[in-house]
Design a protein around this ligand. Structure first.
Ligand SMILES: [Zn+2]
Length: 286
């Protein structure tokens, strides 16, 4: 029997899928969304359907072991990853998985989104690490996600995509939007050759404001980032934020050159090289 809550949840999943597809976060029939209905049942998107063109009746009702309880279609083969997140995070009610191109590009490059750059991201997500590669649709992917999901509401999935979780379908979807937006801004800043980070003191102030905005903090910052390597499960966040407000993580080109002349060897990232050439051309014109 369908309750009002179930009807509303079905409608929210349809809407989140529509936005996900419209924004190009998925291609073809990729991506999946799920939500808790109660302590024994979940609602999830069907496989082999474009997430941009779903209707409420297409959803599949499953239990927390992944067994289908009702629905004409079958659940996504990525359902075990969702189930793992619900087991690890009793505080969340919805999971969204997609392949947003810029964030997935970072996941392919092996570059996590863990720099404190945007106040909004520091407040809502904190750091966005990369879960190690696991073959999609196998137990490897849930295991890779398990390591990080207790301390993070959003993860990149190596060579695959991203996954977010939150208290409602729409807030989990918004976290996916935030990750992709953050990835695009980070890409532009890195192409320009430098990033100014938010200081650690400011990060702590921003995280202190979470309560005011009704944002549940996923996890505290790690006092000692080296503790991450030790355990199987990550229970705190690593965010790159300098102690001093004037410190830069990515040095500008002139300091990279000064360093190079000391070492007798030049090592530049692609972004730094591009900035160097741009500066040289500009100087010629001037
Ligand atoms: Zn996927």
């Amino acid at each position: 029997m369908s309750t009002r809550l179930e009807e509303q949840t079905r409608a929210e999943i349809v809407e989140a899928g529509r936005r996900m597809y419209a924004r190009g976060f998925v291609a073809s029939n990729d991506g999946n969304i799920s939500a808790r209905l109660d302590d024994t049942r979940l609602l999830t998107t069907p496989k082999s359907v474009s997430k941009g063109f779903m209707t409420p009746d297409m959803m599949v009702v499953v239990d927390y072991e992944g067994k289908k309880l009702s629905g004409d279609r079958d659940a996504s083969s990525e359902l075990p990853m969702h189930l793992e997140i619900y087991r690890s995070r009793p505080d969340i009610n919805a999971v969204v998985h997609a392949h947003p191109p810029t964030a997935t590009g970072f996941a392919v490059a092996g570059i996590p989104l863990t720099r404190a750059v945007l106040a909004e991201v520091v407040t809502t997500l904190g750091s966005i690490p990369i879960a190690e590669y696991g073959t999609p649709s196998t137990a490897e992917l849930p295991a890779a996600v398990r390591k990080y999901i207790k301390a993070h509401d959003g993860l990149l999935l190596a060579n695959h995509g991203a996954v977010t979780c939150c208290r409602t379908v729409m807030t989990a979807y918004y976290k996916m939007e935030t990750i992709e937006h953050f990835a695009r801004i980070s890409l532009v800043a890195r192409l320009l050759g430098r990033e100014h980070l938010i200081s650690r003191e400011e990060v702590e102030r921003l995280q202190g404001l979470r309560g005011m905005y009704g944002i549940a903090a996923p996890a505290p910052l790690c006092a000692d980032p080296s503790e991450l390597a030790a355990g199987d499960e990550v229970l705190c966040q690593v965010l790159e934020a300098p102690e001093s407000s004037s410190a830069r993580l990515v040095p500008d080109v002139s300091s990279a050159l000064r360093q190079a002349s000391r070492d007798g060897e030049i090592r530049l990232t692609y972004g730094e090289l591009t900035a160097l050439i741009t500066d040289a051309v500009k100087n010629l014109r001037d």
